[in-house]
Design a protein around this ligand. Structure first.
Ligand code: 8YV
Length: 327
């Protein structure tokens, strides 16, 4: 008998076809965002789950689903998993690293450029029919080339952004991370390690690429924004909750920093109302990894993790591999 899996959100039809060769699949091609109770009810008789960042797997869900053995996330971030609770129950978690690195770094850089050069704001102005003449300082922004690029969180995506900045745009790249990179990687990214304080004070453009956890909650709040240059831009492609969005909305309103580019939000898909009313922010709906080839590669990797697990009791990108050693 084929193992039973739940695919919690809509996926590419080819992903469902692929999964159906190996599993008895319950899918959600209507793409309904299930409540926790609905998700739990559907997971109750399943052996595995194909999840996304919007599907919270915590101790309560796990307690109600004793058959569940693996949750394969179609995302590199996994703050939707209570990994400790999963490990305690012997449930494997997997994610999709590497396949989205370059696409996400491309988007981070695009958002940085759109923010610094005021692309969204000027496009809205044009569409509203307000463009009647040229003027010397119309939507004058800040430069990318030669500027100081600060990166907070220097994992694979952070390094991709550093390479783009240093090699493509001649930027002076500085970074801060929990642990310093080895000398060879620093040299390859042309990035210099600095304290968080120096990063905040000296970056012309600050890009956030760190994972979300209780420890990184509100890493950028009013106090940190106050340390940044009034001409600086801030880009968040990491996770909602890393920035205090209410404090950022006020800082943007009062021009305490010049502008922000945000792909992720606290409590998304809701967006803090203060961010919707200030002009100096570029807002995108959590699409940094969203190129067709990359989303297909992420879906394939999540599916392959399920297939490997049920056929060979291993996984390509496990998060808590101690579970595999348990039996
Ligand atoms: C996903 C992401 O699209 O991979 C991540 O961590 O944030 C995005 O690439 C999102 O989490 C949906 O699963």
């Amino acid at each position: 008998m084929k193992p039973k899996i739940l695919v919690a959100r809509a996926v590419f039809p080819e992903t469902l076809d692929y999964l159906s060769q190996h599993f008895e699949v319950e899918s959600n091609q209507a793409d309904t965002v299930w409540s926790k109770a609905e998700l739990t009810a559907r997971l109750r008789d399943k052996d595995g789950a194909f999840t996304t960042g919007s599907d919270r797997i915590d101790a309560e869900v796990l307690a109600a689903c004793p058959k569940l053995k693996i949750c394969a996330n179609m995302a590199v971030g996994y703050n939707n998993f209570d990994l400790e609770a999963m490990t305690a129950r012997g449930v494997l978690g997997t994610n999709t690293p590497d396949v989205l690195t370059e696409t996400t770094a491309d988007f981070g850089f695009a958002l940085l450029m759109a923010t610094a050069r005021r692309m969204a704001e000027s496009e809205h102005y044009l569409r509203a029919g307000q463009w009647t003449k040229w003027s010397y300082d119309m939507f004058a922004g800040s430069d990318i080339h030669g500027a100081t690029l600060g990166i907070l969180g220097m994992g694979r995506i952070g390094q991709g952004i550093a390479r783009r900045g240093a090699l493509g745009f001649g930027m002076n790249v500085i970074y801060h991370n929990r642990s310093r990179l080895d000398a060879a990687t620093e040299a390859e990214c042309k990035a210099r390690y600095v304290s968080k304080e120096e990063l905040l004070k000296t970056a012309d453009h600050l890009v956030l690429v760190l994972p979300y956890s209780a420890a990184s909650h509100h890493t950028i709040g009013a106090a940190e924004l106050a340390q940044m240059k009034p001409t600086a831009t801030l880009v968040n492609i990491a996770r909602g909750g890393i920035v205090d969005d209410a404090a950022l909305a006020l800082a943007l309103r009062d021009k305490r920093i010049a502008a922000a580019g945000l792909d992720v939000f606290e409590g998304e898909p809701k967006v803090h109302p203060g961010l919707l009313t200030v002009p100096n922010v570029v807002l995108t709906p959590h699409i940094a990894s969203s190129s067709v080839p990359t989303r297909k590669a992420m879906a394939k990797l999540a599916a392959d993790n399920l297939i490997e697990f049920f056929s060979k009791r291993r996984a390509l990108t496990p998060l808590n591999s101690q579970v595999l050693a348990q039996t």
